[in-house]
Each structure stands twice: as structure tokens, then as C-alpha cells.
Ligand binder design. Structure first.
Ligand SMILES: Nc1ncnc2c1ncn2[C@@H]1O[C@H](COP(=O)(O)OP(=O)(O)OP(=O)(O)O)[C@@H](O)[C@H]1O
Ligand SMILES: [Mg+2]
Length: 748
């Protein structure tokens, strides 16, 4: 019997009272006995008695041990749990701790993977006849609970059925029962059904032999390879956080496609059902783009959906506040959450950032007081400073217990831009995710090829990939016609770079799907069908499904209504976008900007206008119309952020506005205001020399173009810097400054 830790999910040794991996008390995997839909797999080694006779006892035991190890590895890589080793058989359960809709399919895939592994094992030992297994699989309701000694028990007719199917399977066969068959028949090719006579079943059992997975399902269930050490660190960190009540921040850093998101997915799939999983992914619903990962999490726990009315959102946030905070604090928390959703005007805009941060931390504290919480933040290198500060603060122990593991996934840029990341206090761990080993790469290439690429190709791909899983998966996809595009024009030579692989994949799509993919690449994050029709009026749900089949888009994992999609991977998005002609980029970004503006998201609209402007400048540097509109919009967006004291965001937007403003000698009123705003933002960050530089320039321009607003703003802060922060400031203050401030304020 293999027990698994209820916190980190890794196997527990016999009789352990604490998990050696994470230190958590070896509590129950399931709190009480419950009924669950699970898929049970039995697999056993064919002719093991014969083996025992042919080999000496020690060698036979060694072989059995290797079989158990290999089978367990394949099962775990597909999120199955090996539960029992009985004689020479393994029993495994799929659907614990979390039921996944594709549990049955994963079990079938595991059956095939174990068969391959065991054949390879036999070959490597030079065994004749070859080493084989028999496998039986069935899905059904089972009672899941604990025995008096604390061991996990899965009981029910489904367990017997799977065992009977295994006994009835032919050598090398994976035989499934009626329910598994019904759940997987769209994804798996089966032979003709046969009736299996089985003890205890009057009418016999309907059984289906697996022939193969369809290419599509083979691609959707690619097993997880390697990364055992990294998983152990994550598991231990969760254990520390949940047993001590002190949060742990784990940063997973690495290049694009190296497997950061997948590592986090596997962690989430393996943790006990008692752990609340929250994912912060940038989303475009709220206008406070800076805090959108926090908004996504709060929206998720509050049960808010993309198109909810403001009144509904208010109600849900109030409920959440009442649920997570003590008496008397709920009203304040509600206000803070409303701020996060842009549903209340803060009288004092300077309080925006700290209020939103405090609100989010209260919600997490409320949730993580008694139960462990796993927070996963994707693409952290793209987040703005106030959100980064918030993530760091989550990792610092507050007053009460916070049983939270915070996982930040980021490309290397994060650590270049913020070398002190994670150093604000608290427990912080950095994992640098390195390339897969050569063996792991070959293994992944084989898995991703789903039996449709040969050994030579698998090795060649592994060699070119430099250990990058994204490269391996893309390349194998290109070699599989069903994935490469509906017309199946896959080429059989392996291009040398990820970019080339992805381009070849896109080129092989039918023209209509290629266009649709290109149109979809202009969205920054996810999009729903109606948003997609803004850039592609003919788009249909059917076509989106086809793009999904070709592995270009995926459904957004956040359940939502309406369903949202995104390009499957950021590298894929970059390559598709790069293939879009400039004129098209210009047209499409303007369309999206218009839509976002009308929907009340001016700052997001500004981002799209900026991208439109980049294209416009490349097309005709003399046509200033789009760049001017973009620079205006970025000024407005910068001012919004400045008033909310999101100073870094403000500076970023102002600088982008200036970059679009053209040659300096042409700068006018807009630039005067941009510089004044930028100066003020530097001032609040304590960057006085940068502030002085921008403000002085703002004064010059403001005077030249007689703009009272820019002058008032710039002189006010310039005066402040001179009076308060320069050693001999008071002596040097230009008397003009105070005078002018008064005059200008009068004029305003
Ligand atoms: N260890 C692994 N075993 C199997 N597949 C993997 C593994 N690591 C990554 N993959 C697969 O490789 C692809 C790229 O991985 P992933 O999306 O996790 O990369 P990433 O590091 O998050 O990249 P980005 O920085 O662009 O977000 C995905 O399809 C993922 O499922
Ligand atoms: Mg990722």
C-alpha cells in the first residue's frame, strides 16, 4: 500500500507519521470517507512465475522492483496514483485528489506507456521472450476512505471489474470496461467489443481492447518528464507554509518554454484536495491592469464572471469580504475590493495602491488562516512594480497565520530588473529551471510523438532542442500531420530553431485558419468569441475548435462565461504576430482599441493604439496621425496611474508617450504635461534628480507654449524638491518659482 502525503502529494513510506519530504503530519488524503468517480488501472507482469523459475530469486526480485519503479513513474507522470503492489501487479487510481475530466484518457495512455516501458526494459536486459504486461482499466464510483491504520482504501465494484479485465486481457493488451470506453471512445481507437466471463458477474463484462490513441488525444496527454527535485522543493515549501503558518515564496525562473507553467500545473494537480488553488493570470477584464492578477484571483474566489453587472460584482465582493474578515472589518475590506474592480472612486487617489494591496492581503489571510492556499502567479516578469511588491509582501509573515505557498513563474528578466527580488523578508526560495537532460528530452520526444515518430527522429529532435520542452513539443507536432494542419502538409525535416519550427507549423495551416490565428494574435491576453469577431467578423466557434485541434489556441483554464481562448504559448504568439503584415497590425490594433475604449477601458485601449502606432511609423514615418492619438491616449493613461500613485506605471506610460512624440524640437503642450506628470511620479518615488530633470524641461516647454497646467504641476514639485531635498536648496530656490506657482494657479 502506497500512501501519499496529504500536503505535498509525494509517496509516504510505510508507517510514517510525518512526511519526510515536506514535514507535514501524515494525515488523511481524504478527510472523511467519500464517494468519487475514479478510474482504476491494474497491470501485471506476464508469466512472472516463469520468470522466477528461469532466474534466481534475487534477480527475479530485482526485475520486479524495476517493473514497479517503471510503472510508478509512468503513472505519476500522467497524474495517476500507484496505490498497491500485489504480488506482481500494480493497482493505480486516477482521479485523486482531484477529479480531472480526462482521468479515463490518462489511464488509457498510462496503460500504453507502461507497456512500452516494460518492453524496453525487457530489451535492455536481453530477455527472450520479451517482457510484457496485461492491463485492465475501468471507471466508476468508488468509496475512498481510510483504514483504521490510516491507509488509503478505494473500494467498490469498479476495483473488481478492473482486476477482472486485467486477468482477461491478452498478453500486451490494454483492456477497458464499458464506462471507460464510453468516456474515451472519441479519443481512442478500440477493437471490436468482446464479452469477458468473470467471477461474480452473472452476465459477464463488456470489454474493449485499446488499439491506439488518436493523434489529438496523444498530444493532449503528454506525460510529465523529469523535474523530480524541483517538485520536491515545491512540495516541501508547501509543507512548511501549511504546518508553520508562515508563507513561503518560491520563484521559478527560466527561459521561455522551459516548463515553468507545466511544473506549476503538476504541483496544482498533485496537492491534496484540502489545498485551495488560486491562479493569478493577467486578464483584460479590469482596467487596473497593474493588479489584474490579483483581480483575477479575487474574482475567482468571489465567483465573479467576465460579463457580470457592476451590481452583481458589488454583491459578490461584499459576500467575500464578510466571509474572509472578522466583524467590523468587512465594510472596509469591501471598499478596498471595490477599488480593485474600479467600482468605487477613491476620494484620496494617493491611497489607491496601498488600499488595493491591503485588501488583497486580507482576503488571502482570511482564506489561508485555517487551510493551506497555493497561489500561482504566471509571467511575473511582465508585471508592474506595485503588483510585484504585493507578491513579495504575500511571502512575508504578517500577524496571523498565513498558510500560503506563493509560486511566482518568471523569465530571467525579472531577476535582472529586480536583483533584490524576494529579499524583503520571509521565506524565499529561487528555483532556476534548467534544460531537460538528453535522456529526458528523448523520452519527451517519444511521448509527444505518440508512437508516430521513429526512434531516430526522436533522438534528432532531442539533440537539436537544447533541452527545451517547448521546442520538442512543437517539432514533434510538426512531424504529425494531424496536428500540423488540416491539410497535413507537415515537412519531415527538423528546423534548427524554435522560431523556424513554429513558423513551419503556422505555414502548414489551411489559409483560413492561418488568417484567424494571425487576427487572434493581436490580443494581449485571452479573448472570447465576440471579441474575436471585432478583428475577424467571420470567426465562428467551429473555427476556434479547429484552431484548438491544430494546437494553436487553448481554452483559458479559468472557467468563465463566455468561454475564453488564448494563443497556446507566448512564443507561438510572438511568431504568429510577427507574420502579420504591418498594415494589418495597424488596422487590427485600431479596431481593438476602439472596442476597448467603448467598453470603458481607456488604458488598455492606449496599449493597443501604441502598437498600432509602431506599425504606422514603420509604414510611413511622416504620417503622424496614429502616433499622435497614441501619445494622447498614453498621456491620459499616465495621468490616471499618477493620480492613483501607481508611479512606476505612470512613468512607464509617460515615457512611452514621449517615445511616440517624434523629434524633440516639435514637442508641445502634450509633452509639457507628460514631462510634468513624469516629474511628479519620480518625485513620489524619491528619485529627485530624475524629477528635477523632467520638471525643468516641463517648465521650459510650458512657458514656451503657455500651458498653465504643465507649469503649475511642474513648478509645484520643482519648488518642493528645491526647498526640501537640496542641501542648499533654500538659498537656490528661484524666487520666480513660488511667484509663478501662485500666478499659474490663479490662471487655472
Ligand atoms: N517536464 C516536462 N514534461 C513534459 N512536458 C513539458 C515539461 N515541461 C514543459 N512541458 C511542455 O512544454 C511546453 C512549454 O512549457 P511551459 O509552457 O510550461 O513553458 P514556460 O516556461 O511556462 O514558458 P513561458 O516563459 O513562455 O511561459 C508546454 O506544452 C508544456 O506542457
Ligand atoms: Mg508559462
Amino acid at each position: 500500500m502506497v500512501r501519499a502525503c496529504s500536503v505535498c502529494g509525494l509517496p509516504l513510506p510505510e508507517g510514517a507519521r510525518f512526511c519526510p519530504n515536506c514535514g507535514a503530519a501524515a494525515g488523511p488524503l481524504v478527510e472523511t470517507e467519500e464517494r468519487k468517480m475514479v478510474t482504476v488501472l491494474f497491470t501485471d507482469l506476464v508469466d512472472s512465475t516463469g520468470l522466477a523459475q528461469r532466474f534466481d530469486a534475487e534477480r527475479a526480485r530485482d526485475l520486479l522492483g524495476r517493473f514497479f519503479d517503471a510503472a510508478s513513474e509512468e503513472l505519476i507522470a500522467l497524474r495517476g496514483r500507484p496505490e498497491k503492489f500485489i504480488g506482481d501487479a500494480v493497482m493505480a487510481v486516477f482521479g485523486l485528489p482531484h477529479v480531472h475530466e480526462d482521468d479515463a484518457l490518462r489511464a488509457v495512455r498510462a496503460g500504453l506507456a507502461i507497456r512500452e516501458r516494460v518492453r524496453r526494459l525487457g530489451e535492455s536486459l536481453g530477455m527472450v521472450p520479451p517482457l510484457e504486461v496485461r492491463t485492465g482499466i475501468e471507471t466508476g464510483e468508488a468509496a475512498v476512505g481510510r483504514s483504521p491504520t490510516g491507509q488509503l482504501l478505494v473500494t467498490g465494484p469498479v476495483v473488481n471489474t478492473a482486476a477482472r479485465l486485467q486477468a482477461a486481457a491478452q498478453v500486451g493488451q490494454v483492456l477497458v470496461g464499458q464506462t471507460t470506453y464510453l468516456l474515451t471512445k472519441a479519443s481512442v481507437a478500440y477493437g471490436r467489443p468482446r464479452r469477458v466471463r468473470a467471477k461474480g458477474f452473472d452476465v459477464g463484462l463488456e470489454a474493449y481492447g485499446v488499439e491506439d490513441l488518436t493523434p489529438r488525444s496523444a498530444r493532449r496527454t503528454i506525460p510529465f518528464v523529469g523535474r523530480a527535485g524541483e517538485q520536491a522543493i515545491l512540495g516541501q515549501s508547501l509543507g512548511v507554509a501549511s504546518t508553520t503558518g508562515r508563507p513561503v515564496l518560491v520563484t521559478v525562473a527560466g527561459e521561455a518554454g522551459i516548463g515553468k507553467s507545466r511544473l506549476a500545473d503538476e504541483l496544482a494537480a498533485g496537492v491534496s484536495a484540502a489545498v485551495l488553488i488560486l491562479r493569478g493570470q493577467a486578464q483584460a477584464h479590469t482596467d487596473t491592469a497593474t493588479f489584474s492578477p490579483a483581480a483575477a484571483i479575487v474574482g475567482d474566489v468571489a465567483g465573479i464572471r467576465a460579463r457580470d453587472d457592476p451590481e452583481v460584482i458589488r454583491g459578490r465582493l461584499r459576500e467575500l469580504a464578510e466571509r474572509t474578515s472578522g466583524d467590523g472589518a468587512a465594510a472596509r475590506l469591501t471598499q478596498r475590493l471595490l477599488l480593485l474592480f474600479g467600482l468605487t472612486e477613491s476620494r484620496d487617489e494617493t491611497a489607491f495602491v496601498p488600499e488595493v494591496q491591503a485588501g488583497f492581503i486580507s482576503v488571502i489571510d482570511g482564506l489561508a488562516r485555517d487551510h493551506p492556499v497555493l497561489l500561482i502567479f504566471e509571467d511575473v516578469h511582465t508585471l508592474k512594480a506595485p503588483m510585484l511588491d504585493l507578491i513579495e509582501r504575500l511571502g512575508v509573515h504578517g500577524q496571523g497565520p498565513r498558510r500560503a505557498l506563493i509560486v511566482a513563474l518568471a523569465r530571467g528578466e525579472l531577476l535582472e530588473d529586480r536583483p533584490a527580488w524576494g529579499a524583503v523578508g520571509g521565506n524565499s526560495v529561487l528555483i532556476r529551471l534548467e534544460a531537460l537532460s538528453r535522456d529526458e528530452s528523448v523520452q519527451l520526444a517519444r511521448h509527444a510523438g505518440g508512437g508516430r515518430i521513429d526512434e531516430l527522429e526522436a533522438t534528432e529532435i532531442a539533440e537539436r532542442a537544447g533541452g527545451n520542452p517547448f521546442f520538442i513539443i512543437e517539432t514533434t507536432g510538426m512531424l504529425m500531420p494531424a496536428v500540423a494542419g488540416a491539410d497535413g502538409r507537415g515537412t519531415r525535416t527538423v528546423p534548427p530553431t524554435v522560431q523556424a519550427v513554429v513558423s513551419a507549423r503556422i505555414d502548414a495551416l489551411p489559409p483560413r485558419l492561418r488568417d484567424l490565428a494571425r487576427h487572434a494574435s493581436v490580443f494581449k491576453y485571452a479573448f472570447d468569441l465576440s471579441e474575436l469577431t471585432v478583428v475577424d467578423p467571420g470567426a465562428t466557434a467551429e473555427e476556434l475548435a479547429q484552431l484548438e485541434d491544430c494546437e494553436v489556441v487553448v481554452r483559458d483554464p479559468q472557467p468563465g462565461d463566455p468561454q475564453r481562448w488564448r494563443l497556446r504559448h507566448s512564443t507561438l504568439k510572438d511568431v504568429v504576430y510577427a507574420s502579420l503584415p504591418k498594415r494589418e497590425r495597424l488596422r487590427l490594433h485600431e479596431l481593438v482599441a476602439g472596442y476597448l475604449q467603448a467598453a470603458g477601458h481607456p488604458s488598455l485601449a492606449a496599449d493597443h493604439l501604441e502598437l498600432a502606432a509602431f506599425a504606422a511609423i514603420d509604414l510611413d514615418p511622416n504620417d503622424r496621425s496614429v502616433p499622435d492619438r497614441a501619445a494622447d491616449a498614453l498621456l491620459v493613461a499616465g495621468d490616471r496611474a499618477r493620480r492613483r500613485m501607481e508611479s512606476r506605471t505612470a512613468i512607464d506610460r509617460y515615457e512611452r508617450s514621449l517615445a511616440l512624440a517624434g523629434a524633440e524640437e516639435r514637442w508641445q503642450v502634450r509633452e509639457a504635461r507628460v514631462l510634468a506628470g513624469k516629474g511628479e511620479s519620480h518625485y513620489w518615488l524619491g528619485e529627485y534628480s530624475a524629477a528635477t530633470l523632467a520638471l525643468t524641461r516641463a517648465v521650459e516647454l510650458g512657458e514656451k507654449h503657455d500651458d498653465a497646467f504643465a507649469l503649475a504641476l511642474a513648478l509645484r514639485f520643482l519648488g518642493d524638491v528645491a526647498i526640501n531635498f537640496e542641501a542648499d536648496g533654500f538659498v537656490r530656490v528661484d524666487p520666480r518659482i513660488t511667484l509663478e506657482v501662485s500666478l499659474v494657479l490663479l490662471k487655472l
